[in-house]
Design a protein around this ligand. Structure first.
Ligand code: HEM
Length: 478
C-alpha cells in the first residue's frame, strides 16, 4: 500500500537540482524541477511535448505525511464490477472507467490523439494544489530545509538550464497583465465602425491582389514576435534611428505596408487618433484569413502603438529559418506560445510565397525534401523566378493543403519540414493532412492567433495612438 517507497529517480532529481543551484542559487523550486523532468523524460522517450508552467514552491511538510492517505488506491473501489476485467489484465481497476478510451488507443490509430490528451492532462496534473507566491520556499538542496546562501553565480551551458531560462521567459510572457486588458468590441463607443472599415478596405485590397492575404498575416506575426504587438514593425528608420525593425534582414521581404497605411487613413478620417496601428494589424490579419476562405475569430482590441523599433531586436526574437524543432519550440515558448501554437500557426504557410534564397540550401540533397520536388524548385529558381508558392496551387487559399505538403516532404522551408521531427507536431501535421479535421484546424488557428495577438501588448496609457503608422507622433509634430 505504501506508494512513496516504490518511487525511483530521486538521485536524478538531486543531480539536476545541484546543477541549477550552481547556475541560479535559490531560484528554481524542486516542484518545478519534477514537472520539467517529467515532461522532458516523456519527450526523450519519443513521446509528446508540452509547456510546463513554472512558479511552484516547496510543499509544506504535512503533505508528505498525507501521501499515504491521499495517493490513489491502485485497487480502486472494492465493489466495482466493470473494473474486474481490466484488473485481471494488469490494469488498475481505477483505470477501468476509461476502458473505452484504452481500447480506442490500443488500436494504434489514435496515437496523436493520445499524445495530445496526455500533454493536456499532464498540465492539469501539474497544477494540482501548487504553492506559489510567498507560500512554501525554494529549497537550495533537494530534501533539505532552505538556508540562505551567498549568491555565487556560476554559469552553465547545460541544455537543462537553458530550457529553464526559456521556460521562465514563457511564464513571464504568458502572464502579461496587459494582455488581459484587451477586449473584443473595444471601439464600440469610440469608433463603432472601426472593424467594418477595416474589413471593407481589406476586402478591396485582397480582391485586387489575392496574394496580399499572406503578406498581411505575416506582418502581424513579425510585429508580435519582436517587442510585442505594438506596430513597431511599421515604423520607418529615421535620422535618429538609422535601422528600424523594418530594415532588419528577416523583415526585408515583408509586404503590405501601403495596404496598412490605406486602412489607417480611412480610420483617421472616421475617428481621428482612436484606432491603433497595432490593432489594425491584428484586424487585417484576421480579415485576410477570412477573405482567403479561412476561419474567422473575435479579435480582442485595445493595443497601443510602441514608440521604438530597432533592427537589432529582431535577431533573437524571430525564430531563425535554419532552426530545428527544439529551437522553434524555444522561440515560441519565449513568447508564451506552446507546441500546439507552433504547429497550428505554421499552418499560416498555407498562404503566400518564399524567396529562393530562403530555401536554396535545401535544394541539393536535403533528405527532408522530396527529390523530385527539389528538382522542380531548382529549375524554377534557376529560371529566374524570385519566389515560390509555399503551398503550391493553393497559396492564396487558407486550407489544410499546407499540412499535406509537409507530410509528403514537400515543405518549402526548413522550419516547416522540421515539424515532422517532433512527435506532437508530426502527429498534428498528419492528422490535419487527412483533410478530415479542417474544422479543428480552423478553430485552433483562431485560438492561437488570439494568443499570438496578445504578446507583449501595450494598453491603457502606455505607448500612443499613432496618426501615421510609419512614424511616431512626436516626429509628426516637429
Ligand atoms: C515558425 C517559425 C517561422 C519561420 C521560421 C518563418 C519563416 C518564413 C519565411 C522565411 C518566409 C518567406 C519570406 C520570403 O522569402 O518572402 C515566410 C513567409 C510567410 N510566413 Fe512565416 N515563418 C514562421 C512562422 C510564421 C507564423 C507564425 C506566421 C503567421 C501566423 C507566418 C506567416 C507567414 C506568411 C503568411 C508568409 C508568406 C508571406 C508572403 O507571401 O509575403 N509565419 N515565413
Amino acid at each position: 500500500m505504501t506508494t512513496a517507497a516504490e518511487l525511483r529517480g530521486f538521485a536524478s532529481v538531486k543531480r539536476v537540482k545541484a546543477r541549477l543551484e550552481a547556475a541560479c542559487p535559490g531560484t528554481v523550486s524542486c516542484a518545478d524541477i519534477l514537472a520539467l523532468m517529467a515532461r522532458d523524460a516523456v519527450l526523450l522517450a519519443k513521446g509528446p511535448y508540452w509547456p510546463v508552467r513554472r512558479g511552484r514552491r516547496r510543499a509544506s511538510p504535512f503533505l508528505r505525511r498525507h501521501v499515504r492517505r491521499q495517493g490513489p488506491r491502485p485497487q480502486g473501489p472494492r465493489r466495482s464490477t466493470p473494473a474486474t476485467t481490466a484488473t485481471r489484465r494488469g490494469l488498475f481497476s481505477s483505470d477501468a472507467v476509461t476502458g473505452e478510451y484504452v481500447r480506442r488507443v490500443a488500436s494504434g490509430s489514435f496515437d496523436e490523439e493520445f499524445f495530445r490528451d496526455f500533454a493536456e492532462s499532464m498540465i492539469k496534473m501539474g497544477n494540482v494544489g501548487v504553492l506559489t507566491g510567498d507560500q512554501g520556499e525554494i529549497r537550495t538542496k533537494y530534501r533539505q530545509p532552505v538556508r540562505l546562501q551567498s549568491a555565487s553565480m556560476a554559469t552553465s551551458s547545460s541544455w537543462m538550464v537553458m530550457l529553464m531560462l526559456v521556460s521562465a521567459a514563457a511564464a513571464a510572457a504568458s502572464s502579461s497583465s496587459a494582455a488581459g486588458q484587451l477586449r473584443t468590441g473595444y471601439y464600440r463607443e469610440t469608433c463603432p465602425k472601426a472593424e467594418q472599415i477595416v474589413f471593407g478596405e481589406t476586402t478591396r485590397i485582397i480582391r485586387a491582389s489575392p496574394d496580399m492575404a499572406g503578406a498581411l498575416l505575416r506582418l502581424h506575426y513579425h510585429d508580435c514576435f519582436v517587442q510585442g504587438c505594438d506596430a513597431s514593425v511599421l515604423l520607418d528608420s529615421t535620422a535618429g534611428n538609422a535601422s528600424a525593425e523594418r530594415d532588419s534582414d528577416p523583415n526585408k521581404t515583408l509586404r503590405g505596408f501601403d495596404a496598412v497605411a490605406r486602412v489607417k487613413d480611412k480610420l483617421e478620417k472616421a475617428c481621428p487618433s482612436t484606432v491603433s496601428c497595432a490593432d489594425i494589424l491584428a484586424l487585417m490579419a484576421r480579415d485576410a484569413v477570412l477573405l482567403a476562405k479561412g476561419p474567422t475569430w473575435n479579435v480582442p482590441l485595445g493595443r497601443r502603438d510602441g514608440r521604438s523599433s530597432t533592427a537589432a531586436s529582431c535577431g533573437g526574437n524571430l525564430p531563425p529559418l535554419c532552426s530545428n524543432v527544439t529551437r522553434l519550440l524555444e522561440s515560441f515558448a519565449a513568447k508564451g506560445l506552446d507546441v500546439k501554437d507552433l504547429v497550428v500557426l505554421s499552418g499560416a504557410h498555407t498562404l503566400g510565397v518564399a524567396h529562393c534564397p530562403n530555401f536554396a540550401d535545401r535544394l541539393s540533397g536535403d533528405p527532408a525534401l522530396d527529390g523530385a520536388y527539389a528538382a522542380r524548385l531548382r529549375l524554377q529558381c534557376n529560371k529566374g523566378n524570385v519566389t515560390a508558392e509555399m503551398d503550391p496551387g493553393s497559396f492564396t487559399r487558407f486550407d489544410t493543403s499546407y499540412f499535406r505538403q509537409v507530410a509528403r516532404r514537400r515543405a518549402l522551408l526548413r522550419s516547416d519540414a522540421c515539424l515532422m521531427d517532433n512527435p506532437f507536431t508530426a502527429a498534428y501535421v498528419r492528422q490535419a493532412a487527412t483533410g478530415k479535421y479542417d474544422g479543428h484546424f480552423f478553430k485552433d488557428f483562431g485560438e492561437s492567433m488570439v494568443k499570438m495577438g496578445a504578446i507583449g501588448v501595450l494598453t491603457g496609457n502606455q505607448g500612443e495612438i499613432r496618426l501615421k503608422c510609419n512614424v511616431k507622433n512626436k516626429h509628426l509634430h516637429h
